[in-house]
Design a protein around this ligand. Sequence first.
Ligand code: RUB
Length: 364
Amino acid sequence: MLVKLPNNETKEILTLWMEGSDVKMINQKLLPYQFEIYTAKTYQDTAKAIKNMTVRGAGAIGVAGAYGIAQACLTAPKKDINSFLKHVKKAEKTLKNTRPTAVNLFHDIDRVLAKLNISLPPEKNEKIMIEEAKKIAEESIISGKKIGENGESLIKNGAKIMTHCNAGALAFVDWGSALAPIRLAHRNKKSIIVYVNETRPRSQGAKLTSWELLQEDIPHIIIPDTAAGYYISQKEIDLIIVGADRIAANGDTANKIGTYTLAILAKENNIPFYVAAPLSTFDLKTTNGKAIPIEQRSETEITHIWGLLEKNKKIEKIRITPKNSPAKNPAFDITPAKYITTFITEKTLINPPFEKTIKETLKN
Ligand code: RUB
């Protein structure tokens, strides 16, 4: 993605990459106030970065998980295959035990582990597995671009588009899912405006999507999540595009909390509701939305908010609720397939009946 650096230079930069045994990533906890690259030196650092959301978004945490396994291969004992295996399996457990909902994390880690061949010496396995992790990252960039190309046809000149959370380059390695067609429509000189839902509690829309759109001067407006219904009912929105963290075999979709509400609003007001995601987000092993585990996050994300204190330009956390009121913080919700118009993937647009079309697309 293009990033405007503080010295006014514009640079193409990925959300995360591997450099030697380090995993480098844009520190998303500091955006939009500070642009900094965080270096995860070990697989344990990478796991921590996934858990505390230094890196976040389904596609990006999948690649981070794959890189984490690659890091574990580098530090694993090489004296025999069993001790190598034991170390890598320990890393698998640590990395998978970070965020439960986005299937990409499990999918990408398993893809690297599938390369493990116990009849080969550890050094050989190390090389093959690191190559696979890097291949996953490269494929993720290509699929983001293809999602953009396939989805751009759904955006007409003059379109007013709503999006939720951040399903942009920051949630991937580059390009993004929901933001990829938007990015391309803008680059192709279509006149568009993006309504960015704030996305409480962590405000990925207000902080990250707005930052990403600003980097390419894509016109946008941040609105509170609670204003979505108002703008949709006023015919201010032509279409909604969101990303996804896991799509069940029947098309039920887990995405950032609040997505379900938007899908119903879209149906009620007769506007299309698109879900953009790579094929690695589809999970045929999960039959429907009820079987998708929903991450429950800390209540402090509700009771407190992080922001930039204008007076000293420091990033600070402040309390916004009474001390003794409890809070609940489910990070995702499930949108039933019946509310989804089309899935935008790198391969094709998937239309209903989803039970059939998803299976066919993933098979071929
Ligand atoms: C991110 C989120 C995004 C999807 C899309 O949640 O819900 O919409 O991950 O991802 P969080 P992608 O910020 O809690 O990780 O663009 O990879 O499909």
